[in-house]
Design a protein around this ligand. Structure first.
Ligand code: UGA
Length: 451
């Protein structure tokens, strides 16, 4: 009975899979990453990572060169020759926001077929974000059907939700706040706990629960963080109607309460990315299917979809119309330190501006230009910060990149033209320092001229 995990196979070399596989192998664990996209694997092997993530590229180069990280497209030998298989395939939403489990099912089928050939006990771990019941009722059952083996006796099953953030994924992997393990039985949970204790030399908080509780932990954590952001945005939108009030100052007074933590409480254009919007929608649909009406989750998404439209409103009130006016958008990625534009508020912003007749939009992003070109082609212009700001009537800060935070007020003033509206959609500037330079507006700042 292999209760000690010496070799790991990983299904799905997307963001979570690749980062975690590289991290495990950096700790001396031989890992085989499996992905059906042969092209992608070939690129990764030559050092081309499909997304930007700080420090990941050198780590992958190092671990693939010393053979601790292998990348293959064939499940069988990889699963058979490992003690544990982790599943990190995508769980996209369908049009209604319900979770689509087709990749999970396909992974479970292939793992089951491989396990049919294996004698020893094997641990299967679901890392993908899945609605409660998926590991037991989908993954477990499919593997039993395909392998002819008995769950619990011949193979173990765990859920192990991932909490790493894009942009700081390696750091999050190295120093997690906690490791959550959902276990089918004691043996499965104990084996995974031992593995993590080896990886972190015992310096990690491990929480062991049943499968469904751990699945629910992930949705609850992401939904709560999303709710916090939408709450901050709702308060910001109210503050804008009170002259002399700034949501940042309000929050300073609020977060001094030991019960309220300041993280993920920043107002702006709202949350994007491949997780919060999808996970809130999936939990909402899951709850509705179970007969529960999700008032707060609905509100979280409503506030979030409104934020980019609200930014357009602010521009429209000042500029009156968009005819022949150049608009600069600094930032395309859904947050700084990533090239990811999935569900980025900037997409809604650009589409909304186009609908209002703004046809002269200049954009700039340190990493996401290629992604933006795939979405917008040549319907917008791409340039440096200077090219964007030059002759622009208005500028919106859409991503909190540090490069943008360093632009001095004088640069906006000298390059832009009247009315020189700067809308700080991520609140990266000290509003006072812009006095007399541009018409500065920030999400959540009450202005005496506004209604
Ligand atoms: C999120 C979670 O933070 C991770 O813990 C989780 O593992 C991951 O989803 C996942 O489920 O895989 P991520 O999507 O990488 O991570 O990005 P976040 O750092 O959480 O930011 C999400 C969005 O919220 C960004 O658009 C960011 O700009 C926005 N945000 C964040 C705010 O608008 N205000 C804030 O105060 C914080």
């Amino acid at each position: 009975m292999a209760e000690s995990i010496k070799r790991v196979s990983f299904v799905g070399m997307g963001f979570v899979g690749l980062t975690t596989a590289a991290f495990f192998s950096s700790r001396g664990i031989p890992v085989t990453g499996i992905d059906t996209d042969v092209d992608k694997l070939q690129k990764i092997k030559t050092g081309i990572i499909p997304f930007y993530e700080a420090d990941l590229e050198p780590l992958i180069k190092r671990t693939t060169q010393n053979n601790l990280l292998k990348l293959v497209s064939d499940y069988e030998p990889a699963v058979i020759d490992s003690d544990m298989t982790m599943i990190a395939v995508g769980t996209p939403s369908n049009e209604q926001g319900q979770i689509n489990l087709k990749y999970i099912k396909a992974a479970a089928q292939s793992i089951g077929q491989a396990l049919k050939q294996k004698e020893e006990w094997h641990l299967v771990v679901v890392k993908s974000t899945v609605v409660p019941g998926t590991a037991r009722n989908v993954v477990g059952k499919v593997i039993v059907k395909e392998s002819g083996k008995k769950l619990g006796r011949d193979f173990g099953l765990c859920t192990n939700p991932e909490f790493l953030r894009e942009g700081s994924a390696l750091q999050d992997s190295m120093t997690p706040d906690r490791v959550v393990i959902g276990e089918y039985n004691e043996q499965s949970g104990r084996t995974l706990e031992n593995f993590y204790n080896t990886i972190y030399s015992g310096n990690v908080k491990i929480i062991r629960q049943n499968l469904e509780t751990a699945e629910m932990v992930k949705y609850t954590a992401n939904s709560f963080l999303a709710l916090k952001i939408s709450f901050a945005n709702e308060i910001a939108n109210i503050c804008e109607r009170i002259p002399g009030v700034d949501v940042m100052e309000v929050m300073k007074g609020v977060v001094s309460d030991f019960r309220i933590n300041s993280n993920f409480f920043r107002a702006g254009l709202g949350f994007g990315g491949s997780c919060f919007p999808k996970d809130v929608a999936a939990l909402l649909n899951f709850a509705n299917e179970k007969g529960h009406n999700t008032v707060l989750l609905d509100g979280t998404l409503q506030v979030n979809s409104y934020q980019p439209l609200h930014a357009i409103d602010i521009l429209e009130k000042t500029l009156k119309d968009f005819n022949n006016k150049k608009i600069a958008i600094l930032g395309l990625a859904f947050k700084k330190n990533t090239s990811d534009m999935r569900e980025s508020p900037s997409i809604k912003l650009i589409k909304g501006l186009h609908e209002k007749g703004a046809m002269n939009i200049f954009v700039c992003d340190p990493k996401a230009e290629k992604e933006a070109k795939e979405i917008f082609q040549n319907t917008i212009s791409y340039g440096t910060v200077e090219q964007c700001l030059s002759q622009a009537s208005a500028c919106i800060i859409a991503t909190d990149w540090s490069e943008f935070a360093e632009i001095p007020p004088e640069q906006f003033q000298s390059l832009m033209i009247e009315p020189r509206l700067l809308l700080d959609g991520r609140r990266i500037y000290d509003s006072q320092s812009f006095n007399g330079h541009v018409l500065y507006k920030g999400i959540g700042i009450g202005n005496s001229n506004d209604p």
